[in-house]
Design a protein around this ligand. Structure first.
Ligand code: PRP
Length: 203
């Protein structure tokens, strides 16, 4: 595969993403020198914030890998041919242990989250009105310092919640890594991309 642009998330999904692509015969030897756009074997790799991967793919990068959480939050117009078998976790609502209330009692609550759109959608659906405070990570801090009543965040093992005296009270959605394709690339480079998708399916 050549002259393909690929957006991958910096952070915890990067190594797994590279491993998957390598097993599908797309071997990207990444330079760990903080260079964010790297030319590797005539392909162009873009290392981005996880939440920006769908945005890059929507705006012209050919393919990318990111969590379904960020895609749903950004509502980017991309084609998703494949859910990948890693990055499994969930997006959940959590509250301080000492104030474990039911979700139906959230009326008027302030919720800290990196996912204000998904949070609003979830509570709107339930007919409960809440305020959201958007933070860029470490949202567990917000209830502890008294600026939010609850959080909506990713839970994998539950260790982070526990360490911060929070309890999960409801799951909003299951999350998984997704393989995304730019809508135009999907048409123009159908054969190559389809071949890669088929190989990824076998990984
Ligand atoms: C995520 C998430 C939680 C944690 C959950 O953060 O925001 O903080 O992982 O994992 P656990 O249930 O296994 O403890 P991440 O480390 O990806 O960084 P972030 O806080 O910048 O989002």
């Amino acid at each position: 595969m050549m002259d393909m642009s690929i957006a991958l998330p910096k952070g915890r999904l990067l190594d797994k993403s590279l491993e998957y692509l390598r097993q599908a015969d797309l071997d990207l030897k990444v330079k760990k020198n903080r260079e964010l756009v790297q030319n590797i074997n005539r392909n162009k790799l873009v290392l981005s914030k996880p939440s920006d991967v769908p945005v890059y793919v929507e705006h012209g990068i050919d393919i990318g890998i990111a969590g379904s959480d960020v895609l749903e939050e950004r509502k980017s117009e991309v084609f998703v041919p494949l859910e990948l078998d890693f990055g499994k976790c969930r997006l959940s609502v959590a509250v301080p242990e000492e104030n474990e209330v039911d979700i139906d009692d959230f009326e008027g609550y302030t919720i800290a989250t990196e996912y204000p759109n998904l949070t609003s959608d979830f509570f709107e659906e339930k007919g409960i009105s809440v305020d959201t405070i958007r933070l860029d990570g470490s949202v567990e801090v917000a209830p502890r310092i008294g600026i939010a009543d609850a959080i909506v965040d990713i839970v994998e093992t539950g260790r982070t919640l526990k360490a911060n005296d929070l309890v999960e009270i409801e799951k909003i959605m299951d999350v998984s890594a997704l393989f995304m394709v730019n809508r135009i690339s999907q048409k123009v480079r159908f054969e190559e991309i389809n071949e890669l998708v088929e190989k990824l399916k076998e990984v």
